[in-house]
Design a protein around this ligand. Sequence first.
Ligand code: AMP
Ligand code: ZN
Length: 488
Amino acid sequence: MRIYNSATHKKEEFQPIESGKVRMYVCGPTVYDNIHIGNARTFISFDVIRRWLIASGYEVTFAQNLTDVDDKIIKRANEQGRTAAEVATEFSDKFIGVMRAANVLDPDVRPRATKEIGPMIAMIKTLIEQGHAYAADNGDVYFAVRSDPNYGQVSGRNIDDLMVGARIEENEDKNDPLDFALWKAAKPGEPSWPSPWGEGRPGWHTECAAMVHRYLGTPIDIHGGGSDLAFPHHENECAQATCAWHQGFSNTWMHTGMLLVDGEKMSKSLGNFFTLAEVLEQHSAAALRLLMLQTSYRSPLDFSWERLEGAENSLTRIAGTVENLRWAANHATADADEAASEAFAAKAAETRAAFMECMDDDFNTAGAMGAVFGFVTECNQYLEQAGDAADKAAALAAADTLAELLDTLGVELPEPKVELPLGLLGVAAGLVAYTGDDVDEAAAKILEARAEARAAKNWDLADAIRDQLKDLGLTIEDTAAGTRIKTL
Ligand code: AMP
Ligand code: ZN
């Protein structure tokens, strides 16, 4: 498996530190508001990556923090006349809920910053003892960036260039404008914890370094986040961890491309965002994921409702093919053509191989989905040609292949929707002699009644049955392999 390491700008052969095991950390959200689909793009991308590592046989330990104390949370709490803890709890719960709704697997460990103050203080102490950090007169503690000879190793930045381009605000408490806060002295009304440097709270970068160390042990195999986190957040996490513990921090750095709207990064501050929750009210989680899978996780992704609609249609098309394959397998009435079935069966195997090859090449989901779509077309061609003589084993294997490959990436196919609403039984009873409550049996009776009506050239009755179904959002479809009731 090859993974693009954004710290080296190269695709590298993936070698886990411990054979067969992967330790992985992805920075979680700051819980001051509902997350938007830009944030979700990053979390869904890493969910797909994690799922593929698991599918490849690795035992993956995945940790993700919740930043539950931060300027933005405090500001929101003040605006709403609530405590920071109340705001953080509300949006932590909402985050966890909406991630599950998006079919993102729960992390194995989900540490919260406010519960990890002890390990953070311990790390800061270690850094001070080793001359990498200093307590300022104002009660802040800063990391001395120039004390780290490897600073810049994650984001490829050079300290002197940073100085030139720095929009880093002057701060007279810092020895050097590049230095960053590990600990922030409490201001009145802010949540705070006691520390050797007085009441205060940890800096954001401090949190992840301490949690990675505590829950996964450094170095880890993969550290990820959106590309906007590479600098300064990941650079600073890495500087602290490597200076504190004198070992690597993460062997591979992975950064996701930004989700854009009209060419601009989706962000809270620009106001050009849609929350994940609102998008999932209108569209399936599977369609959103499918949309994301069609672009490499590293590239920018243009979001539009049209594209999401398109993904929803693609999903319906795949689900329809899966359903048609299963139906054809179970309703075949003639003998299958052996050569055609063998050729078709081979296509399923080829698709799996192509899919795997793409995924092993830096999680090329766009290529993998290309293989899936190509196979869908082949399945449809096969069904067309086979008519009522589909090969049962080959058709079922093809359906399973499609469902399984999508499942590996966390895309849930919509359930086949041929269920008849219960009301139909009553409605149809006027036209069709059926009074039971078995939906399949009712469907069979209705179709039989329509076939009889047509055979008897009783077009009025045949049409009445069709119209009644239509009123219920159902349609009668005549396929090569027989007639059935489908949703419109
Ligand atoms: P935050 O809560 O701002 O730290 O963001 C949580 C995660 O979402 C981080 O990994 C960010 O890099 C990521 N993120 C924020 N905006 C976008 C975007 N427009 N596209 C993709 N990822 C994003
Ligand atoms: Zn982080």
